[in-house]
Write a protein that binds this ligand. Sequence first.
Ligand code: SF4
Length: 284
Amino acid sequence: MKNIISYLESCKVCPKNCGVNRIKDELGACNIGRYSYVSNFAPHFGEEPCIKGEFGSGTIFFSSCNLSCVFCQNHTTSQEVSGRKTSPKVLSNMMLSLQDKGCHNINFVSPSHVVPQILEALEIAKDAGLSVPIVYNTSGYDSLEMIDVLKDKVDIYLVDVKFFNKDSSKRYVKASNYAEVVKKTLKKMQEQVGDLQLGSDGLAKKGVLIRHLIMPGLYDESREIIDFISEEISPNSYINLMGHYRPEWQVTQTDKYPEINKKVPKSEYQLLKEYILQKNLNII
Ligand code: SF4
């Protein structure tokens, strides 16, 4: 197998395909070179019940992101390089300390631009006894090659599907091919780990869990996403329909996005929830 760090040379780790040499600390769109930066790691209780359980999900939040969502609630960490520069050993120690705290899994948040660094550290952590499930918590803007590399390393893909329309993708996440990419990565993730499997303790053990945040004015696009999940991913899919959108960052700091500078009507959330149930999908 190819040395995992060699993927950083002429970087195509994510669909931005920058081609920079990150081994030499050259920077592409994500602004992260040879080593990942971690903005925080801790047991987290804000995830779905099957992910957080009683003792929390062992979240490791990576600094920077390969998307630039104009409504990002975490823009101080997603759009800036902050936090701690992590060697493989330090990153593996973070995983082991979260397991020691009783966390039910290790949850890599915003991992798409640091897959080689994660896998390098994961190997060390596994050799040292890491055994809890691995959660890959992503926007789905991932390289298909990296998803292949993650086979048998990731147990649960937690995918936040944002848009399905080229115009929305271009306008709101600054990646006009986002929709095209997420359809392909979701399919590959589903082929790899299948439907979400819950243990007798109610915790996720393996599979795909899909999140979707309803956006103002994009009700039809949300329906299209639900149709795609039902027809092309799996009729047994689990969806977390999120209704907590609030205008943030560039939406409130500029006057460029008036159409999403508002809340989503509660009635739309309810209608979409009913639509998911009509499709016999699982709501989580
Ligand atoms: S991971 Fe970073 S450098 Fe590599 S292709 Fe993506 S944005 Fe560019």
